[in-house]
Design a protein around this ligand. Structure first.
Ligand code: GZL
Length: 328
């Protein structure tokens, strides 16, 4: 009996020590609105759950800010060791992120940065350069048209925006509109949100096909909306990638498939694979290292039908040449 008791006590002790040494990382994720988001979730979940001594606390906010705020407060109550955060929109985070700071839980910002970033404390930040991504989208369309001898022809452009108020939408729109000034023959005839989802992208394109005289170029601020638009274009009896030039963003696998099939023309990369930044950063923070508050932008490419389109900061790569190497 004594031996059994000693064994039980030993087991409790080991479990307590293990729990005590565990690093608990909480992740407030926006939702499951796109292939990009799914890849981002899968990448971070798998890296954290498979890391020795780490435990993941995960929350999917279903694209609702109030759910993210609730999740952040739950993380504080659970006294987790780190919080990973990306905000569905840019505003409305000041109060809750200050509560995270007051709880002295290290905050890592990934993907979409909150507007209050310069008023709160965070230990590291990794996210796309959304303005540059938006610039690249329009510049690709302008340079492509020049490459096929249509640089001096007026063409009608529509911009399908992401979730209204998300930094990925505001940044890409800023980049889109700035770049349009460099290509005066690209005439903006429509600008509407498709909320980063395939279904809403299809619905917006359906309405544009009914209401606009002619669409020559679609700039879709993510690939899911571009793929939804392709569905609508085909249903209307038009040829996507030919009747309407289609430029997406993210560079998810389905976009590569559409480009290789000739139904899409270009996708500007925005990587969702953040574990390669987050894991070494938390490992270093665990050793007491400090990081700057500068947002780290991953190196990203542009992928299209034939490659070779020079956008200044990057030259496009032929999608068919690299499709087999893609990780998401
Ligand atoms: C970009 C990310 C955006 C993607 C969309 O970093 O926030 O959200 O471009 C996703 O596909 O929904």
């Amino acid at each position: 009996m004594k031996k059994l008791l000693a064994l039980a006590l030993g087991l409790v002790l080991v479990l307590n020590v293990a729990a005590w040494a565990e690093v608990v990382i909480a992740f407030s994720q926006i939702g499951q609105e796109s292939d990009w988001r799914t890849a981002n979730t899968d990448d971070l979940k798998s890296a954290i759950e498979n890391h020795p001594g780490w435990k993941l606390v995960y929350d999917d906010a279903q694209q609702k800010q109030e759910n993210q705020i609730k999740a952040l407060r739950n993380f504080i109550t659970q006294d987790v060791n780190y919080i990973l955060f990306t905000g569905v929109v840019s505003t409305g985070w000041d109060e809750v992120l200050k509560e995270v700071n007051e709880a002295e839980i290290p905050l890592l910002l990934i993907d979409r940065m909150p507007d209050c970033a310069d008023k709160i404390e965070y230990v590291a930040a990794f996210g796309g350069d959304f303005v540059e991504e938006g610039r690249r989208q329009v510049a690709w369309a302008g340079e492509y048209l020049k490459s096929i001898g249509m640089g001096d022809k007026d063409v009608n452009v529509v911009i399908m925006e992401g979730t209204t108020g998300a930094s990925a939408q505001t940044g890409r729109t800023e980049g889109n509109l700035k770049a349009l000034k460099d290509y005066p023959h690209l005439k903006l005839v429509g600008q509407q949100s498709g909320n980063f989802t395939r279904a809403e992208g299809q619905a917006v394109m359906e309405s544009w096909l009914k209401s606009l005289d002619k669409i020559d170029v679609l700039i879709a601020q993510n690939d899911d909306m571009a793929l939804g638009a392709i569905d609508a274009i085909k249903a209307a009896g038009k040829v996507p990638g030919k009747d309407i030039i289609i430029v997406g963003c993210d560079s998810v696998k389905a976009a590569f498939d559409a480009i290789v099939a000739g139904e899409m023309n270009c996708t500007v990369e925005c990587t969702p694979l953040y574990s390669r930044f987050v894991v070494p950063t938390i490992e270093a923070l665990e050793k007491g290292e400090k990081f700057s508050k500068t947002v780290v932008h991953p190196e990203e490419g542009v992928f299209d039908t034939n490659g070779g389109i020079d956008l200044g900061t990057v030259k496009s790569t032929k999608a068919a040449d690299v499709i087999s190497t893609r990780q998401y």
